[in-house]
Ligand binder design. Sequence first.
Ligand code: BG6
Length: 496
Amino acid sequence: MLVSSDKEISSILVIFGGTGDLTNRKLLPALYNLVSESLLPESFAVVAIGRKEKTVEQYRQEAFQAINKYSRNKIAKDIWDKLSSLIYYLQFDFLDSAGYVRLQAYLESIDEKHNTAGNRTFYLAVAPEYFEPIVNGLHCYELAKRSGSWQRLVIEKPFGKDLKSAKSLNDKLSGAFSEKNIYRIDHYLGKEMIQNIMVLRFCNSVFESVWNNKYIDNIQILLSEKAGVGSRGGYYETSGAMRDMVQNHVLQTLSLVAMEPPVQLTPDSIRTEKLKVIQAIEPFSSNSIDHNIVFGQYGSGLVEGKAVSGYKEEEKISASSTTETFVAMKLFVQNFRWAGTPFYIRTGKRLGSNEGKIVIQFKAAPPLLYFKDKFDHHANVLVIKIQPEVGVCFQFNTRKFGTTGEIISTRMDTGNACSTTGNTPEAYERLILDILRGDNTLFSRWDEVEAAWGFIDKIIEHQKQKNLEYPNYQAGTMGPRQANELIECDGRKWWD
Ligand code: BG6
């Protein structure tokens, strides 16, 4: 719980892209819920910056609409009044240097009014082409470093589009802000169950003692979406599922599942262990890519009984697009803990389910005594359910009550009787709070991003040279047929 008078966390949150989609859908609702839970510091204000001309009052009205539409909690008047009195709006074009001079003066006036001590969080909720000009503006007009106070930079993905561009962006950012003040968002790290992975592993000896290649047969990570690319076609065409999901969310999730226990619960101790996992992923050769990765792009199909169009027919998508909307991959983490245990990954759009989960499949008991065959349903399975359900499910074997002596799989599911269910906070609530506290554990450090691009780049490079026949899966299914073959040829199956 934050101490409201804490000078350390008093600050102004400056949102570039204050009228954009991310601000409306995620940031404003998160702020509302933080106010409602009395988690924001007493001395706090929000300055939204946008290119459109509007008064503070108009902006507050729009913010109200956005929160009303997207917040997980219904708006209560007293909470809204409190938040509304903290919100301001300043119009300027991010490319116009005079705007940064005005911003400096404006923030100083808000400091006086709200007692925010000169501390600033600059949140870049804008398209990536504005990252550099904004940081440059903040640097040149001395907003990025001020003595006697702190200044932090929050940057959304995509962090570059390959290793080279990510390095170049990082050089620009680190010219203005120190690494400890750069918060690279991967919103998956703010999700309840992703944060719970370390607790599950390191607070339960019953799991941690068997969390290795001796007892685990394989690990599966599924991040599937029923939605298509929607109105984000322009961005998605330059990205595809590899850059959009695998480079960040999937690898971050995997690193938490596979990491060694950190020496301490400090940001750097944890991030160093995560980094080692990404560095230990066995790189693919050109030959092994074809055997271990399946790319897909959706065609038309049925999702929840409604006909939907194929990717190439979506808004802002080229009719000859070769962008992948699906990836299935088998990879190995080559260290002592994991050598020989495959990690299977699947992510994509317009799939048959909307789900985030990690499945840990343990090795089956030997086919002696009760088991005559090695059937999957006899394996112990631990499922970490990220979304839409949140919780853990463990599958184990018991004897069916009665006389036949049949062995059945039983499930213990925290979803059924759980002390941690309820209205789970949105990832952004936790992330905003951590930024104000100065805790960057849940944000990607540069070397993690760098290692992830190093792994992904080669795959994207290889894929570009292939003439893949798209579409190769129907919307509403679980991806191309080859994705099933990828795992079935190892004698395993996806846990759907
Ligand atoms: C974003 C991707 O980072 O994550 C989107 O850019 C994707 O394409 C989204 O839809 C998924 O996030 P969530 O929280 O809805 O699972």
